[in-house]
Every structure is written in C-alpha cells, then in structure tokens.
Design a binder for this molecule. Sequence first.
Ligand code: 4AD
Ligand code: MG
Length: 433
Amino acid sequence: MTTRTRIRSLGEHVGQEIRLCGWVRQRRSSGGKLHFLQIDDGTGSVQVVVKQGGVPEDQLEAARHVPFESTVIVRGLVKADSRQAGGCEVAAVEFHVLNAAIADFPIGRKEHGVGFLMDQRHLWLRSRRPQATLRIRAEIIKACRDHLDGRGFTCVDAPIFNSAAAEGTATLFPVTYFDRTLFLSQTGQLHMEAAAQALGDVYCFGPTFRAEKSKTRRHLTEFWMLEPEIAFGDLEEAMEVMESLIIHIVERTLTNCRGELEALGRDIGRLESCVAPFPRISYTDALTSLEGTEASIPWGEDFGAPQEDAISKTLDRPILVHGFPTAIKAFYMRPNPANPKVVLGCDMIAPDGYGEIIGGGERSSDLAYLEQKIAEHGLPKEAYEWYLDLRRYGANPTAGFGMGLERVVSWICDLGHVREASPFARTMARTSP
Ligand code: 4AD
Ligand code: MG
C-alpha cells in the first residue's frame, strides 16, 4: 500500500501515485460518469477526480453518492493543474468511503449566527474561519515561548488547585478537594515569584480561571495566560519585555500566518504598522485626556471598556498605561515610593477596541506592607504564609506581567468576541461543547 501523503505536500509528488485520507467537503458531478470531489485533510484541500474507467464501477457509484463530511481514502495520480488552489489535482484510481456521514451537516453555506455556531463548535471547527484562528493561536503560543526562551527565561508550570486568591475573591471558582474547598487558579504569578527566586527569569503559560459575572466580548471564565516573572526586574524592564513580546508575536504572525490572516479578512497593513515604540501614558494623564468626554471618570476609579476604548481609539498599536491607583489594584503591587497613592504597575491596551491584553508591574518585597495589605483586603493570612516567606528569605524584588492569550488572538485576528479565540470557549453562559 502506498504511504499516506498529506494534502499540504501533494505538490512534491506530481507525476506520482499517492494515497490520501480526508473528508468530502464539496462535490460536482457531470452525469454519473465524472465526479469532482473537494477533499480536505486539515493540512489543505484538493480536487479529486473520480471518473468512469479510472476506478471500478462500484467505486464510481460510491463517489456519486458519498455524503458531505464522509471520510474517504483515495489512491491516485497527482497531476499539476495551475487552476487549482494547491497547484495540483488527483486522478483517482481507487476510491473508498471509510465512514459515510449519516446525517446532513448542520453548518451549510448560508449565514449562521455566532450563537448557533458556538453551539456547534465541535463541527464549526471544520470551517475556514475557526481553522485559521486556531492556527494563528498555535503560532502565537510558539512565538511567546520562543521569545522568552530566547531571552533566557525558564518555563515553570504553576498549579491549578490553589488555596487562596491572588486577583480578588470576587472571581474565585471554588472546587471541592476531598474534605476541603480549594480554588481554581486565577494566575500563576505568586508561584512564579517563588520560582524567580530560585531560577531567575521564569514564565508559566497555562489555563487560568475567573468567575467573571460579566457577559462582555472580552471575558472568558477559562483562559490561557502567559506570565513572565523577571528576577530583580523593575517596571521599566517589565514594560520593555511586554513590548518586545507583542512585537515578536505580530512579526511571527505576519511571517508565518499570512494566508490565515487573509482568510479572516484581517487588515494586514494595520497590523504591519504595529511597531515599537508603543506610546506610554500615566493613569493620571490618561484621565486628563478624557476630561470633557463621555469616558471621563474621577481620579481613583478603575478603567472600564469606555476608558480603554477612548484612550486607544486613535492608535495603530497598543498603549502602555502605568501608575494606576494603589487602592484599586491587587494587594501584591508595589506602591511608587515617590507617590504611594499609585502603584508601579502597567496595563497594555490593544488598539481597535480590544481592551487590556496585559497587566503587570513590580511586586512589593516589603513584608510588613504585604501583611497589612492582606489584612486590608480581608484575605486569610495562613494561606499566604508561603508567599510571605519569599519576603522573609531574601526578598528578591521581581516584576512581571500576565498576557491574556485569547485577548491577543482576538486582536491579532480581529475577531468580534474573545470566545472565537478559544477552541472550546467557556463563558458564564457557555460550558459545552
Ligand atoms: O490583569 P490581570 O488580572 O493580571 C494578573 O492576573 C496578574 N497576576 C498577571 C501577572 O502579573 N502575572 O490579568 C492579566 C491578563 C489581562 O490583561 C487580560 O489580558 C487577561 O489576563 N484576562 C482575561 N482574559 C479573558 N477573560 C478574562 N476574564 C480575563 N481576565 C484577565
Ligand atoms: Mg488587569
């Protein structure tokens, strides 16, 4: 039996006989004697010609009636054909249906609403748009790892079961853990701080969970976060790593995923204009710039979508907003010694209404301050003793950040909703498929 060839590499086999496996996505027939089948295998798409005389009569009949989405095996000759997308087609000498689809495929060519498509996500994945998005997501994951590995960071995995909150108790997911209650991880940061004091620059990249009661197009309950932690790093260095990381992601996507970006209808020129340096603004200056607009808020209030959108509206690249009020930020953030009302923290806001894609900054290494903040936030001190130990034994200052993968994918792909950036999204309203 001929070894199986992926459709992607058919071009290397012109003039040869190959065997391929795939799904029937389209069919055109000319009478009962000639059938043009469009077959995909996930790596590409090719036209297979099944004709009378080329294959046995029963196989010709099978090609005539095979339902869409059926799985087939074809043996045939690869012929160059410049009219075809991949530059070739396959003339079948054998055609077998491995598994015939037994019902009409629910996703047709007509327009479907995203709600319906999300219900059918397990089948919708077979369409061009989700395929392109997920390939870009995979490239972005690789780009993140390559970038940080290349800068000498060590990947350290953070646990998912945790005994305490790091990002506020309001978004914790409790889970029964034998006879106790634990929580799904909101962030790997606290554990990365421990790892950074052992290994130097580290990062984790994994699933995180937030019981977000917000039904916005930016919120998932389960999402992936990339979290670098820089030993002896400060805010300046964290901002530099954020910026270079995003630049690398954009470049890699433009180089390796052009076809996918085109398939999604992404304005590629706009993505190309996303180059360093990214503008930087303090929270306080940002509020001044919003004065007199509908997005204006009093000093001390946190940004919501209206503020993020107003600040990034005229930009073609992300913006870094630093110096948020200490009172609205997480307990671990280091206050600015020159003005303790604000923290040495920073959010990166993507252009075109994609909102906050990164949050981070310097961590406080002051034991007494952290003990006070833990009390102020009403957090159970026992659960943080190990974290406080990091300040008892060396108190190595670190800085770091978390990049929301789906938010970045959503922006790079120009998707309407962050749920499309996840293979199987979890939101307040969606837990299946
Ligand atoms: O700003 P956040 O809450 O920061 C942290 O969790 C820090 N501990 C990270 C760190 O310093 N290591 O979350 C970081 C990013 C946000 O900027 C956003 O991109 C994403 O995670 N994010 C979400 N993405 C989708 N759905 C949600 N509900 C999200 N919440 C945060
Ligand atoms: Mg944040």
